[in-house]
Each structure stands twice: as C-alpha cells, then as structure tokens.
Ligand binder design. Structure first.
Ligand SMILES: *Cc1c(COP(=O)(O)O)cnc(C)c1O
Length: 447
C-alpha cells in the first residue's frame, strides 16, 4: 500500500523543474505542498499514478488560482444602487481618465507652486465645495465614521453631547453612536424618548458642561406613527442661543439638482448648508457617488480647530481620494451628472428601466421562463429606508430558486429571490452585464 507513495515526485525535483522555475519561490513551495497532499490522498484511494508532466500541470493550475486577485468585479442585480457590501458607489471611466495624469505623475498635493513653498492638501477641495455649497470651510477625512470621531474628540472630550434617544443609531459594520461617543471621550447625554423628542428636552438638558447638540440621520430605519423629532434648524438656533456647537451627522449627502426623487423626502446638502450650521459631515461614497471619505463642512473657526487635532494626521486622505473627489465635485459644479453612475442609476426613468429589461430578455435562455416584472428597490447608502424606488426586473424560474441564485453567485452575479423567483433588477445593471448573465445561464447548474 505505502509502496505506491514512493512514486510521488520529490519536492526538490519539482522545485527546480524548468517549467516551474519562473514562479516566486514561496508561492511555488506552497503550491507544491498543496499538490503533494492532494496527490497522496488520491494515490491511496484511486492508485492512479500521474506522470511528471501531469504533476507539473496540476501545480501550475494551483499557482494560477493562487495568483488570482481577491477583489473581483461583480454584477449588481439587486437594484440597490449604494450597496455597502458591493463597494457602495462606482466610478465612471470619464472620472478615472480625468485623474489619471494626476496619479501617474507628481502633483501639487501639498505644494504651492506659485510661492514655491509647502502648501495645504485640503485646499484642493475647499474652494470647489465653497462654490457648490454656501459654506465657510471644508475638511476631508478617511470616512464619515472618522469625521464623527474627530468632531466629538475635538469639541466634546469630557464634555456632554446632547442626542435624542430616537437617534442613537447603529449603522452596519458596528458603528454605534453611544460607543463612538465613549471612545472619543465625549459624554453622551440622551434626551427625549425613542419615538418623541421635543426642543424643550434639549433645552432642559443644557448645563455648564454641555459642548454640543448632536443630530444623527437615522439612515437605516424610520420612526413612524406617534413620533416627533426636532428639525435641525431649531437645534442650530438653540445652540446659538447658548453659545454651543451644533453638529449633524448626515450620513449620506446629495445635491438638490442631481436627484429630484431624493429631494422630495430628504434635505439636500444645499438646504442644510443654507441653515448656516456649525458642522455637518457626510460620506463620500454614498449618495454623493464618489469615493470613501468623510466630508466635513461648516464654520471656519470650527474647521480650524479640527485641523489642530493630532488625530487628523491619522485620519487624513491621500491624493487618490482627493483627486477623485475633486473630479466628482467638478462634475456637480458643471452639472455633468452623467459622469456619476450613482446619480445616473437613481435617475433612470421607468421607461428606460423597462427597456433595459427588454434588452436583457434577449440574453436569457427560454428554459428559465423569463418574465419582466415591476420591482421595488431602495437607494441604499442610508437614505430613505422606507421609500422604495419602483423599478423593473427580469424574473427567472427554476425548480429551486435558491440553487439558481447560488449558481449565478458563483459567476459573480448577485441577484435576489422573491416568491421563489430569481430577480435581476435592471436599475443597477451595467453595460456588458447581459453577456455575463447569459454566459452563467448557459453553464450547467450543479444542485
Ligand atoms: C453611513 C453613516 C456613517 C458612517 O459613514 P462611513 O462613511 O461609512 O464611515 C455614520 N453616520 C451615519 C448617520 C451614516 O449613515
């Protein structure tokens, strides 16, 4: 029985084989050991001996899979435009082309080329944002969670921050307001009840040690029915009266003209900026349609204070983020929304969505009995959790929807199941996705 194992090629012989020599040694070693352990088991069970050439081929195959990149493009057929698990907002080729010269050459990230001296990295965004939003100053950090932390740490260390009990939110990925407060050194002062908070609740909680009135966008839930929250405008006025800072953790931010559907239900960045708040922060890769970043705007004196906090050095953004955000904001300034896929997808008309489905149908084998149906999807990205966007999708039928869904997933197509049908929502499908879907549906489905 053990005799057969002696036919396994020696490690040294494989390591120095001419068809394997071109690979990185560590990678090659790992692949050889992996192959040998599989081969050994195989020999013991099947007694099937491989030639040296066959062994080399197997090792090459293992190396190929090890060399595959971990991050891969997927097809988002969920209809949820800002899907956190699928990378939130995507970028357009136009935006990437614009920043390419900046990233493949040296640039003035922190250099004032007119004065010939050190410059400031944040000015690249502050001017353009001041033109978009009537605000005094701007600062950008790594993400919105970092913005919340930096603001609390700068202004409310060992001081009280008043928050409504209805806004003590948890966002996916373990961002919880009470915990962030605690870690930043701020003291959480909850007021009101889960469903109702009045202005007088805030007023009565103000004392000598109060630093800030804090508002958080509820993002992923809604309180409906017998409920009341205090509008941000009233908090700003109250804060001013008591010489306190007001801060709105907005989560997602969008420009009014870019998406009419959103502005029906939510305050736009322009509307919030016009209230002259102390500080507001929002994510760069949610409804804005840019990249991961926390964008802070508001009063100059407060932004100056934030810039003095050592933490900013740890939370600062690099030239990749800044150049992409500058390109995105330029697109907004020029109202060229077609450069921002998130906005384009949110704005797709029902006629276009239906047309996209009709086109997709041409790529789907009849055996799946495909049908165009109306669907309800969400913007995602922490906006309007209860306000569906209506859309169209193609429903596929198969003996077990779960098996078809898993099959599509193994080809990188993320769909959802509803009433035993697999639904491909057209809102988030991109050019070329039809071919990937067709290819997956033409392959054998393993149960
Ligand atoms: C999404 C969100 C955050 C976290 O923002 P990131 O950019 O993911 O760090 C914080 N607060 C609110 C209200 C949010 O919606």
């Amino acid at each position: 029985m053990q005799e057969i194992l002696r036919l396994i090629p020696k490690v040294d012989k494989l390591l120095t084989h001419k068809d394997l020599r071109q690979f990185n040694t560590l990678l090659l070693k790992k692949a050889i050991y992996k192959f040998l352990s599989i081969y050994k088991q195989e020999l013991l069970t099947t007694q099937k001996v491989k030639s040296l050439e066959e062994c080399i081929e197997c090792i090459q195959k293992i190396i190929k899979t090890k060399q595959q990149k971990s991050l891969k493009p997927l097809v988002n057929a969920t209809g949820i435009v800002v899907h956190t698990n699928l990378g939130r907002s995507i970028l357009s080729n136009e935006i990437l082309e614009e920043v390419k010269p900046l990233l493949t050459s040296y640039n003035n990230l922190e250099y004032d080329a007119i004065k010939g001296e050190r410059g400031e990295r944040y000015i690249h965004l502050s001017e353009i944002l001041k033109n978009l939003l009537d605000t005094e100053d701007v600062l950008v950090v790594n993400n919105n969670a970092a913005a919340v932390f930096l603001i609390l740490n700068t202004f409310a260390k060992n001081k009280e921050v008043i928050v409504s009990r209805g806004e003590l939110i948890e966002i996916g990925g373990s961002f919880r307001i009470p915990k962030v407060m605690e870690d930043s050194g701020a003291i959480l002062k909850e007021v009101g009840t889960t469903n109702k908070t009045h202005l007088k609740d805030y007023k009565e909680a103000i004392n000598q040690n109060t630093a800030m009135l804090f508002k958080a966008h509820k993002s992923n839930y809604e309180i409906v029915g017998f409920s009341k929250e205090v509008p941000y405008k009233e908090l700003i006025d109250l804060a001013k009266e008591h010489n306190l800072l007001d801060y709105y953790d907005l989560g997602s931010g969008f420009f009014k003209n870019a998406c009419k559907q959103l502005s029906k239900y939510e305050l736009s960045l322009e509307e919030i900026a016009s209230l002259k708040p102390s500080l507001v922060s929002f994510s760069g890769d949610k409804l804005l349609g840019g990249v991961q970043a926390g964008i802070i705007f508001g009063k100059k004196k407060y932004i100056q204070e934030l810039k003095k906090n050592q933490l900013l050095r740890m939370l600062r953004v690099d030239k990749v983020t800044l150049s992409l955000l500058e390109a995105i904001f330029s697109a907004y300034l020029e109202e060229k929304y077609d450069k921002i896929p998130t906005i384009c997808m949110l704005n797709l008309s029902k006629e276009i969505l239906k047309q996209k489905c009709e086109n997709l149908l041409k790529f789907i084998p009849n055996s799946f009995n495909p049908k165009i149906i109306t669907t309800q999807t969400y913007s995602g990205g922490g906006a309007m959790p209860n306000k569906p966007f209506s859309s169209y999708g193609v429903a596929l039928h198969y003996k077990k929807a779960k098996i078809l869904e898993a099959h599509l997933r193994s080809f990188g197509i993320i769909a959802r199941i509803e009433k035993e049908q697999v639904i491909l929502d057209s809102r988030t499908l991109l050019k070329g996705d039809e071919l990937r879907i067709q290819n997956a549906l033409l392959q054998d489905i393993k149960a």
